[in-house]
Design a protein. Structure first.
Length: 356
């Protein structure tokens, strides 16, 4: 409390206050993020003058009325947000904020790791955590002149993914595969990782890395506070690829990044073009990385994609999905289908059989 200034916590279920927060953010040229679980609001009398939110270990949607800036309120709000995150057992914190707030969060123990000049900065509450992760990757470095990389979600792992990995590995001395770890996909991370490992058995020059928050994660996605969607997409690409090029790739000596071409989706095709710029531009201090687009594997004249498989599964057309995935993915999907069809075992029967 600062004078008649009051701090409150607002849950997503509080629709009236969430509507007020949404309006306040928009008045400050920000967008609300639906992943925020709890907001902290600051009011003076009946007027909302500042807010910020927590989504797991990420601080988001920080806004302060222009007339309140420079009054010490910002530091108090930042401290409240950090304390709330700690209460929720999140200690490794990230924050996306406008560049003008960088000095404020430095006072709270945050350090910048990447930025889009004049727009956004990504910070974390450690001066060395990203460097430690890069050092861990460096311990898995392999010799060679052509060191490739792939970043994939594999939701689920398809024959198209399998083809991309095999083709990339055939052109490299070594290939590093990063699997997106976020569990916001239809299929859990551990299951996706297991299918990737099974589907790439026999590729001897391949390392499948544990996913991390530094490769395509909610911590590298700033779109929640940028109203213009095109600007948001560009910021996402720039931040994510700067981290990859300036920290992760040098640790492993990566020289190439492989992607499937995009014949259908204009958004993904643009992403590939943006990726080529940020990986290959000489404007960054770290060594450039060549982007290699590989023609996608097709089935009956259509490029295989995980979204195609998911669409067929959602429609219940398991038979049509089967030719699009490797055998281990097929077995996994069959097991899931069987589990959904099976009726729950009565508890008394389950107890009676527990010794067998």
């Amino acid at each position: 409390m600062l004078g008649d200034t009051v701090f409150n916590r607002v849950k997503r279920s509080d629709h009236k206050n969430i509507a007020a927060i949404n309006a306040f953010l928009r008045s400050n040229d920000l967008n609300i993020d639906t992943t925020v679980e709890v907001f902290i609001t600051v009011t003076q009398g009946e007027q909302l003058v500042a807010c910020g939110g927590i989504a797991e270990n990420i601080i988001k949607c920080v806004a302060i009325s222009p007339q309140m800036r420079g009054e010490g309120l910002a530091l108090s709000l930042a401290t409240e947000l950090v304390n709330l995150a700690y209460e929720r057992h999140h200690t490794q914190l990230f924050i996306y904020t406008k560049v003008q707030n960088e000095a404020l969060f430095r006072q709270c123990g945050f350090y910048p790791i990447a930025n889009v000049p004049g727009i956004v900065v990504l910070m974390e509450n450690s001066p060395c955590r990203l460097k430690r992760y890069a050092a861990q990757l460096a311990s898995e470095r392999q010799p060679g002149d052509t060191i490739g990389s792939i970043v994939m979600n594999a939701n689920p792992f398809t024959r198209g993914h399998q083809y991309l990995v095999r083709e990339a590995a055939a052109h490299c001395d070594w290939l590093h595969l990063f699997l997106v770890k976020e569990n916001t996909s239809r299929f859990p991370y551990e299951d996706r990782r297991d299918l990737v490992l099974k589907g790439t058995e026999g590729i001897t020059n391949l390392t499948v890395h544990e996913g991390s928050q530094y490769v395509i994660s909610r911590a590298t996605f700033p779109c929640y506070f940028i109203k213009e969607q095109g600007v948001a997409d560009d910021c996402y690409t720039e931040i994510d690829l700067k981290i990859f090029r300036q920290y992760l790739a040098p640790a492993l000596g990566i020289t190439h990044r492989f992607v499937g071409n995009e014949p259908f989706c204009a958004v993904t095709a643009k992403y590939n073009r943006d990726m080529r710029y940020w990986l290959e531009t000489p404007a960054l201090p770290s060594p450039p990385i060549d982007l290699v687009e590989i023609e996608r594997l097709q089935y009956q004249g259509t490029a295989i994609s995980a979204s195609w498989v998911r669409k067929l599964l959602a429609a219940g057309d398991f038979h049509a999905a089967a030719p699009l995935v490797p055998k281990d993915t097929l077995y996994y999907l069959q097991d899931l289908q069987a589990q959904r069809r099976a009726k729950p075992i009565p508890q008394e029967f389950e107890s009676a059989q527990s010794g067998e």
